[in-house]
Design a protein around this ligand. Structure first.
Ligand code: HEC
Ligand code: HEC
Ligand code: HEC
Ligand code: HEC
Ligand code: HEC
Ligand code: HEC
Ligand code: HEC
Ligand code: HEC
Ligand code: HEC
Length: 334
């Protein structure tokens, strides 16, 4: 019997070992990320090809006329170097050097129509997501486009979503994701969020009064869920300024994270509450189970407190500068 404690110890140690191991394995296996230089190599293009410029590229080929027209009208097409007057962004900035592609044009089925050997260009669509994004990030560095400073910390980058997934550069001349179509784009991959916005109480995103980027930065942020603010509270009080405080009587630090009580997108309870009243409050408070706890209720049937909304009396629940009649911070302002 003397061995039993040792045996137990061995079992516990191995158990902990195995579970720690599997966690580490998960972390290791999760995503294989190559060194940056490997991705850089992928976007260099064929070393035996030269840059020839958009005009040379498109001279004989009318298949891309419309595309070229849209491109010229886009912000990318408009970028011109002040000193030389030459375009800063052209087809080859993203598609790689094009000399081999136009060396010899291949006839298409329609007589008189040709296509270039686009197989010699960068295989943009086949590149891994990190390399795709690097095509854009070589110009849109953190310094050039401050909005992208946190791209590498962001949820999308980590999930292997590249710039191409959201920015459809050749569809229109607009290179940004339009505010009008934004929720449709996001809902494609976030159907659960779409469902949340269909709830009875919801932020008016379906009504087009708000859009996702009012609260999120799809390019990453320093806050959880790519939220735009410095804190959750600051994200919310950009619009709901009246709850910013500081108040003389704070609801402890509960209001620092509005998500303690509210859903962000939608909720079956009114006012976006995570849980209906009074149960919302009863998660953290015992309510008025004893008259002593709330002397001011002594002349009432204190149990009513369970059957009505706590905020019928505690109406300044987000914090208040006014004390209750007993001179305390119970958010009963009058
Ligand atoms: C800022 C980067 C960028 C520039 C500049 C650019 N493209 Fe593209 N191009 C892309 C990306 C990204 C794709 C799409 C890859 C994908 O579908 O995921 C693409 C796809 C294409 C396609 C195939 C898909 C389609 O829409 O038919 C053609 C053809 C094309 N580009 C031609 C051009 C031409 C011609 C120019 C110059 C007038 C040009 N591109 C300039 C990034 C660029
Ligand atoms: C050769 C450099 C270069 C490359 C490569 C490049 N861009 Fe740009 N892009 C620019 C410049 C310059 C501007 C205009 C100035 C600015 O807004 O930063 C611009 C503007 C934009 C804008 C519009 C900004 C606005 O405020 O309207 C978007 C969106 C954009 N780029 C996305 C992309 C994406 C996505 C890629 C990769 C497929 C890409 N760019 C690749 C240089 C580049
Ligand atoms: C999940 C979708 C998504 C991805 C992925 C994404 N973007 Fe965006 N991007 C947007 C949206 C939405 C906007 C419009 C923001 C707005 O209207 O304020 C935008 C705006 C921009 C702008 C306009 C300037 C600005 O600061 O608002 C640039 C430049 C840009 N994106 C570049 C990129 C580059 C480069 C990548 C890849 C490294 C990328 N984006 C990845 C959705 C995305
Ligand atoms: C009023 C601000 C606000 C708006 C508008 C908003 N969100 Fe959110 N979203 C949040 C907050 C806050 C969280 C974090 C919730 C948490 O931590 O529990 C979040 C979480 C998320 C999450 C991760 C958790 C989940 O529910 O899956 C996704 C994905 C998301 N939002 C996508 C979107 C999309 C897509 C849109 C536009 C259709 C959108 N959000 C609009 C505030 C907002
Ligand atoms: C091509 C698919 C795709 C598109 C389009 C897309 N997302 Fe995402 N998004 C993802 C994936 C994958 C993740 C990481 C896994 C997850 O948490 O769902 C993610 C994560 C997020 C998160 C963080 C979720 C969390 O758990 O914290 C937010 C917020 C978010 N996306 C918002 C947006 C917004 C806003 C848009 C539109 C501008 C958008 N997404 C468009 C695929 C997409
Ligand atoms: C970009 C502005 C904006 C931001 C940021 C924002 N809201 Fe709102 N919020 C609104 C608008 C607009 C309404 C609808 C007001 C109306 O219908 O009268 C609203 C309504 C609400 C409601 C009442 C819903 C109802 O059913 O009456 C609550 C609760 C709420 N927001 C909480 C939050 C929280 C929590 C955050 C942070 C995650 C937040 N809001 C961030 C604009 C915003
Ligand atoms: C302790 C829980 C709690 C926290 C934390 C909380 N709220 Fe509330 N909030 C409520 C309750 C309960 C209501 C509903 C009050 C009512 O129905 O009269 C409400 C209502 C609201 C409303 C709607 C007001 C109206 O008159 O329509 C907004 C907007 C709101 N809260 C924003 C916020 C913001 C922003 C934060 C973070 C700074 C936050 N709330 C944090 C409990 C909370
Ligand atoms: C996430 C937990 C949490 C939730 C949910 C919550 N509270 Fe609180 N509340 C606290 C904390 C923590 C304090 C500070 C307690 C202290 O100072 O002793 C507090 C303080 C209070 C006080 C002041 C108590 C005193 O002694 O001065 C009142 C009144 C109160 N809450 C009412 C409510 C009501 C009503 C709701 C529902 C709308 C609610 N609380 C929801 C955590 C919560
Ligand atoms: C009928 C009005 C009323 C309702 C409803 C009500 N309260 Fe109160 N509550 C009071 C009064 C009055 C006080 C004492 C204020 C004072 O001391 O100045 C109080 C005090 C409190 C306190 C701090 C006092 C203490 O020492 O316990 C908390 C916490 C509290 N209430 C939580 C709740 C919760 C949770 C609910 C909902 C289940 C609720 N109240 C519903 C009127 C109400």
């Amino acid at each position: 019997m003397k061995f039993q404690p040792i045996l137990l110890l061995v079992i516990i140690v191995t158990g902990v070992g195995i579970s720690a191991c599997s966690d580490l394995d998960l972390l290791r296996k999760d995503r294989q990320i190559l060194p940056v230089k490997d991705y850089e190599r992928m976007i260099v293009g064929r070393r035996d090809a030269d840059y020839v410029g958009t005009e040379a590229c498109l001279k004989k080929c009318h298949a891309h006329d419309n595309l070229n027209h849209l491109f010229n009208a886009s912000i990318h097409g408009e970028q011109v170097a002040a000193e030389t007057g030459l375009p800063l962004v052209n087809c080859e900035s993203c598609h790689g050097p094009g000399s081999l592609a136009i060396e010899e044009l291949l006839p298409l089925d329609t007589p008189g129509e040709y296509r270039c050997k686009h197989e010699t260009l960068l295989p943009l669509e086949q590149l891994p997501a990190q390399a795709q994004s690097l095509v854009c990030l070589k110009c849109h560095s953190a310094a050039a486009t401050t909005n992208l400073t946190r791209w590498h910390f962001g949820e999308h980058s980590a999930a292997g979503i590249s710039c191409f997934e959201c920015h459809n550069l050749h569809q229109t001349s607009a290179q940004k994701v339009s505010r009008k179509d934004q929720d449709a784009l996001c809902f494609q991959c976030h159907p659960d969020v779409k469902a949340a916005f269909a709830a009875r109480s919801h932020h008016p995103v379906p009504e087009k009064k708000l859009i996702c980027v009012d609260c999120h930065n799809p390019h990453g942020s320093s806050l959880r869920s790519d939220l735009i603010g410095l804190t959750v509270k600051e994200t919310c009080t950009r619009c709901h300024m009246e709850y910013q405080g500081p108040f003389l009587y704070q609801h402890a630090d509960v209001t620092e994270d509005c998500i303690n009580c509210h859903n962000s997108h939608g909720s079956p309870n009114q006012r976006l509450l995570r849980v209906g009243e009074p149960f919302l409050c009863l998660q953290c408070h015992s309510g008025h189970s004893s008259v002593v706890s709330a002397p001011a209720l002594a002349d009432q049937n204190y149990k009513t407190a369970y059957y009505q909304r706590c905020t019928d009396c505690h109406s300044s629940i987000h914090g208040s500068d006014l004390p209750s009649s007993k001179g305390r911070g119970t958010f009963i302002s009058r």
